[in-house]
Design a protein around this ligand. Structure first.
Ligand SMILES: NC(=O)c1ccc[n+]([C@@H]2O[C@H](COP(=O)([O-])OP(=O)(O)OC[C@H]3O[C@@H](n4cnc5c(N)ncnc54)[C@H](OP(=O)(O)O)[C@@H]3O)[C@@H](O)[C@H]2O)c1
Length: 285
């Protein structure tokens, strides 16, 4: 017999470019017991862009260990399908999904990503803007397509997702679907390269997008201060273990004194931001 959740998932498939539902229990998760400092995220839902691997997946794992339903977004459906199997399921109601979508397509973000998630999940309360494209080319040799794509993926898509998440969140509260107690947490993943003292050859557009997302976070908090909506930005140092990390010239980073951190360090910081009810903060990892 088909239960309601399954029916809702099927409707979601119709909306999204590619949407999959997973209900496998992973053997690797331990039941989560919250302490007074750690918030339970049971019955809440998070969208993690760039959630198929690297930092995004590591954040999703952490959120799922607190009971959060996770929707992972990136372009490759095969990788996504494998990645959701790595997430925790700590109770029978928790479920994870994915959307295969290219964030260069800015026009369809509302209809293909935001609307389906808000229709099919309850308490959509976390947005992690983590998808990213790196650059290793001097500006004169960087194509116009690459420049636009870096800006679209690293900055514009995050601003558009933030806009629609805030609108839908406020609408849900007005319609009493959300009783107003669960805040909306928006966490943007920038980079240490957004800081004034660092500049690496061959990253002019990448670093500018990361500075952009830092400025966006600071300014958007002014628009949403009174609405139980929080927006913070994380500036990770060098994370070697990821695909983007593997493209970086480590010597150049060493010259600038940029330290190496782990996936776990970044994911812990994200969960810390939620636990501590931070808002408008710039957090360096
Ligand atoms: N690694 C570092 O040292 C470091 C340091 C500071 C900040 N960061 C930032 O951390 C974030 C995650 O990076 P990472 O190091 O974890 O690299 P990663 O492992 O390469 O992850 C990048 C993620 O973004 C997705 N993505 C890329 N292009 C996309 C597109 N057009 N549409 C949708 N999704 C797309 C990728 O999936 P698909 O390719 O399958 O689409 C993947 O899930 C990025 O914003 C990066 O700038 C990384």
């Amino acid at each position: 017999m088909m239960n309601t959740k399954r029916i809702r998932t099927i409707q979601l498939i119709k909306h999204a470019t590619k949407f999959q539902f997973n209900k496998h229990l992973t053997g690797l998760c331990y039941r989560y017991y919250s302490t007074s400092l750690e918030k339970s995220l049971v019955n809440q839902t998070a969208l993690i862009t760039g959630g198929s691997k690297g930092i995004g997946l590591s954040i999703a794992k952490k959120l799922s260990s607190r009971g959060c339903n996770c929707v992972l977004l990136s372009r490759n459906d095969k990788v996504l399908a494998k990645s959701i199997l790595e997430l925790c399921l700590i109770n029978n109601l928790q479920h994870h999904s994915f959307i295969a979508y290219d964030l260069n397509d800015l026009k369809n973000i509302e209809t293909k990503i935001v609307d389906p998630i808000f229709t099919d999940f309850t308490n959509v309360s976390i947005l992690i803007n983590c998808a990213g494209k790196s650059q290793a080319s001097l500006l004169p040799f960087t194509s116009i397509d690459d420049i636009c794509s870096l800006v679209n993926i690293n900055l514009t898509s995050a601003m558009i997702l933030t806009k629609f998440f805030i609108r839908n969140f406020l609408k849900e509260r007005k319609n009493r679907k959300n009783n107003g107690e669960i805040p909306l947490n928006i966490i943007n993943i920038s980079s240490i390269l957004a800081q004034d003292q660092y500049s690496i050859r061959g990253t002019s557009i990448y670093s500018t997008t990361k500075l952009g997302i830092l400025g966006f976070t600071k300014n958007v908090t002014q628009d949403i201060k009174r609405d139980n909506i929080r927006c913070n930005v994380i500036l990770p140092s060098f994370v070697k273990e990821t695909e983007i990390g593997s493209t970086v010239n480590e010597e150049l980073l060493k010259e600038q004194g940029i330290k190496t951190v782990t996936l776990e360090d970044v994911a812990n910081k994200v969960i810390n931001v939620i636990d501590k009810d931070m808002n408008g903060e710039t957090i360096i990892v």
